[in-house]
Design a protein around this ligand. Structure first.
Ligand code: DAK
Length: 257
């Protein structure tokens, strides 16, 4: 099984599990990953998801080069469509997705991490868009999402040189939000997921959608989306309960309604 889903309470951990190929994404793995995203998106008991890679060396070392090498243009197009569908499905998922980057996140692997809402890395993690060395461009959104996350300067550096950067550099340029020792990564990702899972899932979904919109629309349109989603929060029981709990100096009882 190349993709595992482990549910524990309100948190699901999705593991790309092909360590013999450094978790590279072949078609079968991509199909399983897309299935996992769709399954979890339809499960309202899951309030946060952690995405990671099996083994000690890699998160995901990119698209599977052995499979890609002899592809026809049509096969490449279908493969790109499948990859892009995964990234879009993660972005559209109702829950926050946290990439727990436990090693190499290269090419499609870096792009997969970029599609997640939050990224934390182990000290041994390495990031890069090495496609230039393979005679191709990044194709799962890397040239677009990367610019939005780290800015034009670093995106150009990563895409044009194909160089890998270490976790400390990834932190400095804003590619990840935290770096932790390797043996603390799973626990750190889990505690972050637990924290997000404890919040109103409706407000969480609206926050995710509003921030997402900022990357896609102009300021005026974005402010309209923000206004509407803000208003929608006031139709939820969770908003009334969370504000009452604050005023009464107690923990809120979040119901997801
Ligand atoms: N694909 C297939 N196999 C891979 C792989 C990959 N991406 N990465 C590693 N492996 C395999 C190796 O072939 C090796 O297999 P065996 O020889 O043992 O059978 C095994 O994993 C262990 O790898 P190494 O022996 O190479 O391990 P090292 O520690 O020496 O090196 C490394 C680790 C991560 C530096 C190295 O493996 C490496 O450079 N891997 C390739 C990384 C890479 O270039 N990734 C980007 C792939 S291109 C598009 C859509 C998507 C894409 C492009 C376009 N369109 C829509 C247009 C995406 C492209 C990519 O992701």
């Amino acid at each position: 099984m190349a993709v595992q889903i482990r549910r524990d309470g309100a948190v699901a951990v999705v593991t790309v599990d092909r360590p013999e190929a450094l978790n590279a994404l072949d078609t079968a793995t991509k199909e399983l990953l897309l299935g996992a995203v769709r399954e979890l998106s339809g499960d309202d008991t899951v309030r946060a998801v952690v995405l990671t890679g099996a083994g000690d060396k890699a998160f995901v070392a990119g698209a599977d080069i052995a499979e890609m090498k002899d592809m026809t243009s049509e096969q490449a197009r279908q493969s790109a469509a499948l990859g892009q569908a995964i990234m879009s499905a993660i972005e559209a998922a109702p829950q926050p997705w946290i990439a727990a980057v436990n090693g190499y996140a290269l090419g499609g692997g870096c792009e997969l991490a970029l599609a997640c809402d939050l990224r934390i890395a182990a000290e041994n993690a390495k990031f890069g868009q090495p496609e230039i060395g393979l005679g191709i461009t990044p194709g799962f959104g890397g040239t677009q999402r990367l610019v939005r996350v780290v800015g034009m300067g670093w995106a150009r550096h990563l895409v044009l040189t194909g160089h890998h950067v270490r976790a400390d550099v990834a932190l400095r340029i804003g590619l990840v939000q935290a770096v932790v020792p390797r043996d603390e990564l799973a626990a750190k990702a889990r505690s972050l997921a637990d924290e997000l899972a404890s919040r109103s899932p409706l407000a969480m979904r609206y926050c995710k959608a509003a921030v997402q919109a900022a990357g896609n629309v102009d300021l005026e349109t974005g402010q309209g989306i923000e206004r509407d989603l803000f208003a929608l929060c006031f139709a939820t029981e969770d908003q009334k309960e969370a504000m009452a709990a604050f005023l009464e100096k107690r923990a809120p009882e979040i119901k997801g309604r």
